[in-house]
Design a binder for this molecule. Structure first.
Ligand SMILES: Cc1ncc(COP(=O)(O)O)c(C=O)c1O
Length: 355
């Protein structure tokens, strides 16, 4: 069957969780927050509520600051963590290293030291290897390690793995940043409770978290959550300096209040994770489709026959991943349906078996 004869595809339904709209409860919250005037820059009731909600999640010594986007959250978090002459250690796949247009290097003036990884995860031994750099005046000093949870390759660190990394980092005098653009999906994968979230953040020893809202179901906005109160001291000034202070903050806060209420963020992530598993299960046996691993969260990374990638993309757009291996990424979102998955899998099967 040629792509032209295939049934209509769900429009770019597997391109990204960023391609999804915002959850209706989130949109309602924005509309409700639109009543009248409220003081700007976070001095409003919605922002106070969001601060209380984040404190409930991460504990009374934590503090949260809302920002515009994920790159900004990472830059702001890291700006609050590094000292002069520090470098930031991360995996070769880290969003801060490959997908932020060099923003951390440009804004922070800091070297990123990337480490090899097949699944986006770092291991403590990789930090131990850096010890020889410490105290040597010719080397940038490993000051922060940034890990991504869930990783850019859809893998999840267990709480023990994060704790072991934090121990290794702290032993070397380093701080730990967690890029949680998809922290909801990781939380869902690790048990789907606030306790699960705490186990791989607060309890594990993470110092600062970029808490993702956009991919989890809001329209725009992220939070930077400081678990180390010392690092939080100058954070509000840094947020403004790196251009991440929203004036009408109530609209970001209202969205988070809707997302965090009644564990909506976890329920939506459980849904998107489940549909990625369904997509994997319904495509893994198709001739020509191979996978390195089953999904742990809301993305799958199949390797496809190279000549079929473009026709499939023309039918239902998705992004390439590792072009050297003909690997692509299919991602589910909070609003993906089982029907989307079934139609897409049927299209993949049709194109792979008849072209
Ligand atoms: C792991 C990770 N971190 C951070 C971001 C930042 O997102 P943005 O700056 O596009 O809001 C993304 C977005 O795709 C991401 O996947």
């Amino acid at each position: 069957m040629s792509p032209l004869q295939m049934p209509p595809a769900p429009a770019c339904a597997f391109a990204s969780d960023n391609a999804a709209g915002a959850h209706p409860l989130v949109l309602d919250a924005i509309v409700r927050a639109n009543e009248g005037h409220a003081l700007a820059y976070g001095a409003d009731a919605w922002t106070k509520e969001s601060e209380a909600r984040f404190s409930d999640l991460f504990g009374p010594t934590s503090s949260s600051l809302l920002v515009w986007n994920g790159t900004g959250a990472n830059v702001m978090a890291l700006a609050a963590m590094i000292r002069p002459a520090d470098c930031i250690v991360c995996s070769q796949w880290a969003h801060i290293a490959v997908d932020e247009t060099g923003a951390p290097e440009r804004v922070l003036g800091t070297k990123l030291l990337t480490m090899p990884s097949t699944d986006g995860k770092l291991v403590p031994e990789q930090l131990d290897e850096l010890e020889h750099l410490i105290g040597v005046q010719h080397h940038a000093q490993p000051g922060v390690v940034s890990i991504t949870q869930s990783t850019e390759l859809g893998m999840v660190y267990t709480a023990d793995e994060v704790a072991a990394l934090c121990d290794a980092a702290h032993r070397l005098g380093m701080k730990v940043h967690l890029d949680g653009a998809r922290i909801a999906n990781a939380t869902a994968a690790l048990g789907g409770t606030a306790a699960a979230l705490r186990s791989f953040t607060v309890d594990a020893g993470v110092d600062v978290v970029s808490f993702g809202g956009t991919k989890a179901g809001i329209a725009f906005g992220e939070a930077v959550v400081f678990l180390d109160p010392e690092l939080a001291r100058r954070a509000m000034f840094i947020r403004k300096q790196v251009t991440q202070l929203p004036s009408k903050m109530r609209f970001i806060a209202a969205q988070f209040n809707a997302l965090l209420a009644d564990d909506l963020w976890i329920r939506l992530a459980q849904h998107s994770n489940g549909l990625a598993t369904r997509l994997y299960e319904s495509t893994k046996d198709i001739a020509g489709v191979t996978y390195d691993a089953a999904p742990q969260v809301n993305s799958v990374f199949p390797i496809l026959p190279p000549q079929l990638i473009e026709p499939l993309q023309n039918w239902c757009f998705f992004w390439p991943w590792d072009v050297s291996r003909d690997q692509v990424r299919w991602m589910t979102a909070w609003d993906t349906t089982a029907d989307d998955v079934d139609r897409f899998a049927a299209g993949v099967r049709a194109i792979c078996t008849t072209t």
